[in-house]
Design a protein around this ligand. Structure first.
Ligand SMILES: [Zn+2]
Length: 256
């Protein structure tokens, strides 16, 4: 068994509203004619080829949500870009509005956190970062017109939206693979595999090289590097400390 890691991206429709001036900064909720909603989503299991896609046009709102819900419910971890703030709570809102139960809990791997915390790119937008990393790039689209066309039910615009949404997931996966050893808080892959082989926590690879130690104030742990360098290179450390009983006894706890 391996962890079920889901890559997901959603596209939403803007709210429609009334406004008196182009320069208004605040729109009273009273002037919302129709709140925004989820148009579609694309998702893919890590390690599987099939790209899943559903939209309000293809399956209706409830049918679309049901398909997303089933995948989230099955996932051990969900990979997204800014999805902790956007995609996941947006879907949750749709779920609660449409009387869905709470899906089984999953870990979230929001790649924007890794990008912001561990690097300094000129822009943290997914497309910019993906270009800088030299991986797949987002699909071009004709901007707001595509959204308007989808909301009006135009087939060509929906085809473009589907392609765009799916390509975002392709980019997401490529960025995930590139950032894999840099991610913090990734689920421990080894826990999902039913054997006693030491494994890299991020990719599950078994080719680990012992390299130096990780130190806390009072303990020392063997350090490992994943040699699955083409896709990983994650540093990890042993769970049990490496000091013998006499050495441990000789240490004065709390010396800072
Ligand atoms: Zn690895």
């Amino acid at each position: 068994m391996t962890p079920k890691i889901l890559m997901i991206d959603i596209e939403t429709a803007p709210a429609l509203g009334m406004f008196w001036s182009l320069f208004d900064r605040y729109i009273d909720p009273e002037w919302i004619m129709e709140p925004g909603y989820t148009l579609c989503w694309a998702a893919k299991w890590l390690g599987k080829d099939k790209m899943h896609f559903s939209s309000v046009r293809k399956h209706g709102m409830v049918g679309m949500l049901e398909r997303a819900w089933l995948m989230l419910d099955e996932a051990d971890a969900v990979v997204h870009y800014n999805g902790t703030k956007f995609d996941v709570p947006t879907l949750n809102r749709e779920f609660v509005i449409h009387d869905f139960a709470v899906p089984a809990p999953f870990k979230e791997i929001d790649l924007i956190n890794t990008v912001k915390k561990r690097f300094r790119f000129m822009s943290n937008k997914l497309d910019f970062v993906a270009r800088q990393l030299g991986v797949a790039t987002k699909a071009q689209h004709k901007g707001k017109e595509m959204w308007k066309g989808c909301m009006a039910g135009n087939k060509d615009d929906w085809d473009a939206m589907e392609g765009y949404n799916k390509q975002d997931v392709v980019v997401l996966e490529a960025v995930y693979r590139k950032l894999l050893p840099w991610i913090q808080g990734h689920p421990n892959f080894a826990l999902f595999v039913n054997d006693n082989e030491p494994r890299c926590p991020h990719c599950g690879g078994t080719h680990l090289q012992r390299r130096g130690y990780y130190y806390t104030d009072t303990m020392r742990y063997a350090r490992w590097k994943c040699m699955n360098d083409t896709i990983c290179g994650k540093w990890s450390r042993s769970r049990a400390n490496d000091l013998d009983a006499d050495k441990r006894k000789s240490l004065r706890v709390g010396v800072k």
